[in-house]
Design a protein around this ligand. Structure first.
Ligand SMILES: Cc1cc2nc3c(=O)[nH]c(=O)nc-3n(C[C@H](O)[C@H](O)[C@H](O)COP(=O)(O)OP(=O)(O)OC[C@H]3O[C@@H](n4cnc5c(N)ncnc54)[C@H](O)[C@@H]3O)c2cc1C
Length: 399
């Protein structure tokens, strides 16, 4: 990479996860030259599945990616809620045609690697986006011209790149966030997630069609089909300490079964099926902290990593990318003001959804009389009414 980059003054995006890839496309659509750098030499999404609600699908549709996403993913008709104590169904939330009719976009579940590949292909096919893998953003400072000068490390080389703005889409352990005064650091939430996938035919029949949410004391289980319905994604979540040295680690099935020892045999049999499991520490970044400073802005997990108990982390990153681009037209003359406006618009919504995720952590993991009261409310609610509670999330579209 030369000192001046592929264009006189591109926007640099640090991080080519779901947020960074989407932002590269939206900012390019707005007319900017974009340099998208990721420290990884190959982009290979780890983890398993992802639920994409209509608010995220609306943005993907505007980028011309929704047909691919629907084809690679799966559109469940319902989310069935089960008791992880008795094994019986408690309630259901209507998805499928009901959600599509209500919000004009589908609710899709997809393997993360499939979403990433669809975004990546579009990025590679789009002139004006320069993808730089194996390139880690290490610093950024304002130069004499008032433009930003980013420092990056690529292989053994250290280089600089002048840009008009830096977007930190570099995830929960963001380096860009450190450039923002008074930023809030990521904190371990006291929750962990075990993730894997199995061939769909190895799952019990009643797990194969719809999404499932199982609730039990201090733990819950989420599953849904991915890979056009050929595989089942399973996430087992629990309140737990983190003792490993890394933030994700392979884990033995025996350890997982010990943690889920009081679950029904049917669920334990499913947990026993995968050859391997990965365990993740769930960390959060307080979304009410600052997201911008001068010509620098954060996006996605870098700004607001959240518990996955609303299944909205990636959706919020995708929304961020769409809103950021509406505030940065090609002829924008006051970039810091535009970035502050982006932060002002996005923050209340993201803070609300992050807080709902924290609240769900308590509700999902209730026990005793509290769990019984929760289940009674769920049982007496109509499936369509349970879906309607998410209207404020699903009905969103970029201005
Ligand atoms: C168990 C679990 C289940 C989830 N389920 C859902 C769900 O159903 N629906 C949903 O919407 N969300 C879900 N999420 C949340 C979602 O996965 C994240 O919010 C989302 O992936 C964040 O994307 P991102 O692009 O902001 O960050 P990341 O995906 O973390 O990407 C950051 C990228 O930045 C790169 N990078 C880091 N540092 C640098 C640097 N200095 N320079 C250059 N590159 C750098 C990294 O290599 C990486 O590629 C879930 C999360 C978990 C843990």
């Amino acid at each position: 990479m030369s000192d001046s980059g592929p264009a006189p003054s591109p926007i640099v995006i640090a991080g080519a996860g779901i947020g960074g890839l989407t932002a590269a496309l939206t900012l390019r659509q707005a007319g900017h030259d974009v340099v998208l750098m990721d420290k990884a030499r190959d982009l290979a999404e780890v983890g398993a599945g992802l639920q994409l609600s209509p608010n995220a699908c609306t943005v993907l549709n505007q980028l011309g990616l929704l047909d691919d996403v629907v084809e690679l993913g799966y559109a469940p008709g319902n989310l069935r809620i089960w008791s992880g104590k008795s094994g019986k169904q408690i309630s259901e939330v209507r998805l499928g045609d009901f959600v599509r009719g209500r919000h004009g976009a589908p609710f899709v579940v997809i393997h993360r690697a499939d979403l990433q590949q669809a975004l990546l292909k579009k990025v590679k096919d789009t002139p004006g986006i320069s993808l730089q893998l194996g390139t880690e953003l290490t610093n950024a400072k304002t130069g004499q011209s008032g433009n930003l000068v980013c420092t990056y490390q690529s292989l053994d080389q250290i280089g600089t790149l002048t840009c008009k703005a830096l977007i930190g889409a570099d995830g929960v352990w963001s380096k860009t966030r450190r450039l923002i005064p008074n930023h809030k650091n990521a904190q371990f939430s006291g929750h962990v997630a075990y993730r894997s996938t199995i061939p769909i035919e190895k799952a019990p029949k009643r797990w194969q069609q719809d999404s499932g949410l199982w609730l039990h004391k201090d733990s819950h289980l989420v599953h849904y089909p991915v890979k056009s319905g050929k595989e089942l994604n399973i996430v087992a979540l629990a309140t737990e300490d983190w003792q490993d040295e890394t933030w994700s680690a392979p884990v033995s099935v025996e350890l997982l079964l010990r943690r889920f020892h009081d679950w029904p045999t049917e669920s334990r049999n499913v947990l026993h099926t995968p050859d391997s499991w990965l365990k993740w520490a769930l960390c959060a970044v307080d979304a009410s902290g600052p997201w911008t400073h001068g010509n620098i802005a954060l996006l996605g997990d870098a700004a607001h990593a959240m518990l996955p108990y609303m299944a909205q982390g990636a959706a919020m990153a995708i929304e961020d990318a769409a809103v950021l681009a509406t505030h940065l037209p090609a002829d924008v003359d006051n970039i810091p003001a535009a970035l502050r406006a982006y932060e002002r618009i996005r923050k209340p919504r993201v803070v609300r959804i992050q807080n709902t995720g924290f609240r769900n952590a308590k509700i999902f993991h209730m026990s005793g009389v509290f769990a019984a009261a929760r289940d009674m409310v769920l049982k007496s609610s109509k499936p369509e009414n349970l879906t309607a509670r998410f209207d404020y999330i699903y009905s969103w579209s970029p201005a």
